[in-house]
Design a protein around this ligand. Structure first.
Ligand SMILES: Nc1nc2c([nH]c(=O)n2[C@H]2C[C@H](O)[C@@H](COP(=O)(O)OP(=O)(O)OP(=O)(O)O)O2)c(=O)[nH]1
Length: 130
């Protein structure tokens, strides 16, 4: 049987040259891996709308979504994740931890120190190279 396709958006939120990195919780798949906050695109949503909604829900703040950074496809045991990442800026509020285990603001050259979800590694490399 073919695996389910999961369409996911991730926010690369930049503030003062640092990037918000978020650690997944214990009860999730990919537990304790680091990711870009975001989530699954719902029916009839654009990727940008999905990202704004997910960040409001997860981090209780408003973002502006800018340029796309990367699009990667990664096959996990639970499905095939299609991850699109976008540069974002904070518009209102500051991120509040609700679902995540932890968050860190890191300079791009520090990002490789974290244990990233495998689907995110190409985006992390691309951000570092920019
Ligand atoms: N939000 C986010 N998810 C990622 C990234 N990299 C990556 O492989 N994923 C995976 C983890 C999840 O399987 C899926 C995102 O879906 P989600 O955030 O809505 O899912 P979840 O596991 O938190 O919650 P759920 O399935 O119980 O609703 O994509 C990333 O950078 N950000």
């Amino acid at each position: 049987m073919s695996k389910k396709n999961i369409h996911v958006v991730g926010a690369v939120i930049v503030k003062d040259d640092k990037i918000l990195c978020a650690q997944r919780g214990e009860s999730k798949n990919l537990s304790y891996k680091w990711e870009f906050p975001g989530g699954k695109i719902e029916t009839n949503e654009t990727p940008q709308e999905a990202l704004e909604r997910e960040i409001r829900e997860e981090l209780q703040c408003n973002i502006g979504v800018g340029e796309q950074i990367d699009h990667t496809v990664y096959e996990y045991d639970f499905g095939v994740v299609h991850l699109t990442t976008f540069y974002c800026t904070l518009q209102k509020g500051t991120p509040v931890l609700t679902e995540h285990e932890n968050v860190k603001w890191l300079y791009k050259h520090e990002m490789s120190e974290l244990d990233w979800a495998p689907a995110d590694i190409p985006a992390v490399e691309k951000i570092k190279a920019l």
